[in-house]
Write a protein that binds this ligand. Sequence first.
Ligand SMILES: C[S@@+](CC[C@H](N)C(=O)[O-])C[C@H]1O[C@@H](n2cnc3c(N)ncnc32)[C@H](O)[C@@H]1O
Length: 712
Amino acid sequence: MVFLAAPSGNKTCIMSHDHNLMAFEEHGLNEEVLNVVSKYVEGTNVEIQERYKSIRENNIGRLDQQHSKSSGEHESPMSMNLEKNLSDALDSLDNLFCRRCLIFDCRLHGCSQPLTYPSEKKTVWSEPEGDRKPCGDQCYLQLKVVKSLSKDSTPGSFQDKKTTIVEEADGILAPSSSGEPGNKSTTLPTRVDCHGYLNLNDPVSDNLGKRKVTKQSDTAQCDSRLPPDSQNSCKKLKRISDVVTLISDNSKNLNLGACDENKHIDTCEILDKSVEHTSNKPIAPSSTCHNENDKGVVDGSKAVTNETELKNSLSSMEEQIDGMLGFSYWKPLEKELYLKGVEMFGRNSCLIARNLLSGLKTCMEISSYMHDGGVSMPYRSIISASSIMNDSGKIDTECTDQDMPSRSRLLRKRGKTRKFKYSWKSAGHPTIWKRIADGKNQSCKQYTPCGCQSMCGKECSCLSNGTCCEKYCGKLWGYGWNFDEVGLDRWPIVQKAAKTGSEDAIVPRVNAEVDNVHALLLDVNVIQMSVETVGCGDGTLGEPPRRGQSQCGNMRLLLRQQQRIILGKSDVAGWGAFLKNPVNKNDYLGEYTGELISHREADKRGKIYDRANSSFLFDLNEQYVLDAYRKGDKLKFANHSSNPNCYAKVILVAGDHRVGIFAKEHIDASEELFYDYCYGPDQAPPWARKPEGSKRDESAVPQGRAKKHQSH
Ligand SMILES: C[S@@+](CC[C@H](N)C(=O)[O-])C[C@H]1O[C@@H](n2cnc3c(N)ncnc32)[C@H](O)[C@@H]1O
């Protein structure tokens, strides 16, 4: 029984806790449950019982109503309620969780980011599979350790016993492939504890040898001439028989860890009964399962007269077994979280476990579920009450990643009409990416360095790609590395080297492979730089780089090399931004930051802001608007002027559009900063309208680029 309440010592109000309610719903209102719950919540058993009853009475009408509407899913009202809450919570997760930064409410990448598919996910931020480190004791990668151990095995080792369990650990095979010759069959953890994972540290794991493990050829022995349904039933049957055999064989030796030994024995008894029950079902000759291992478990020679009955029987039996073993029984809530995890992180059980199923399922369990057709399980529950068959009679474990129904399809099947948020077309990419998608910038990639051997000029590929120089640009690789990569303590050395060009601290020629450069930079003794070739342009879209600068212009935003800004009472309106130290023309002053919101959202907010005659909206690109009302830096207080001393520029930095504020001229210390909000024609509020006859300052922000949102 899993209780999700606060741990003891931090008692919580039971009846406000859906989870505890669920416990009663699931396990009944008996003494044992009450005892457990009372450990976590205030009150005596009687009080808890009474409170539960009263809350249930209050809720039951509403919940039952919901329940009766459900289409054949046999879930408790409480769990449905939980699912509903979960669905709401997942909505926020969808909207607010940044797939790139892996934080909530990231201000660089905006809301409702597009779904990232596993294949894409890996290239964006996941480590390659091979480099991945186990996420913990219960990581599925731990099974790889077994695999590597087994390679060096002596007689009696895992490999020697031809177990396929270690192969499963690779997380490659889905049960769907199990029927093909040469493929590995579904396997089970050798040592099953309450959580159903393999405890490699336990000598009991050696019991693997006693298990009648499924051999590679087992599944192939299912008659390939049988119809798919029968073959799959056969495989399913075998899997169950494996479990039973495993349990039976090891029942005396297995230490179930936290499990009660008696409970385990009970489990075996029940399993035996289940098996008996199943084996009594006649099996058709055509469905014969010629598996030696199944002997004594399922009589493969008997005829099936009612295949549906068999399937149902298998289904319920497997559920029963799964539930008892605890490792593959997935509650609707967990399935939902799992599905969401796959959407967000791809088939990465480590990340799913850590981010979405922490405390509910281990990485190994998730991995096993994933490769056991788990991806399709929620689908299964929607289509059919049976846990085996779907509408078309295909066994669901046949579903692969590609088969996985999209969330929208799931929702449609549930009768919901929520708008599908994740489509490739509605992707919230910055404008430049859209242009790439339109085919206008085919060669542009996010981190493609320009490779200019000397000062970037008009020929710089960054410019022709429509993107700015990024951190790997040019010869001055050192400047392309941020603090995280070089190390904060070493960065000043790199900077100094870049500025002075002193050859004692540095040696040119760092334009090697990126990885090598990384390595070189970590050891500053061997850093080599070509200092005379600094400068990759200032990263402004479409603008040629500036020559003669002592450093690469586009690094300033990235490196946050900004001026000190002071907040003070404006000479013009409300608060204003002031400069602490003097700056020169074109110096970078700082960034205009805020919440990244859609234009639609900005329109809504703009109406509200306009009523207060104070707006912090800034049009970033075709997709996004920055709203600095709640978030942002001091520069958000810079006021508008048609004759400003600053200008704002949208710059593409490492794939993100960001707004830099630059000095339009020399500015003295303590001066107030102004820039042109660039309101569109006829849209400027009265205070932003130019006096009659005055000429617009065309050198300011280009029209349609960095401009205040058109609300006034
Ligand atoms: C981004 S805020 C600037 C900070 C603002 N002064 C404050 O105290 O919060 C923009 C708002 O400041 C006011 N504002 C900015 N420039 C102005 C100007 N030149 N004249 C009058 N009001 C101005 C407008 O209300 C505008 O919506």
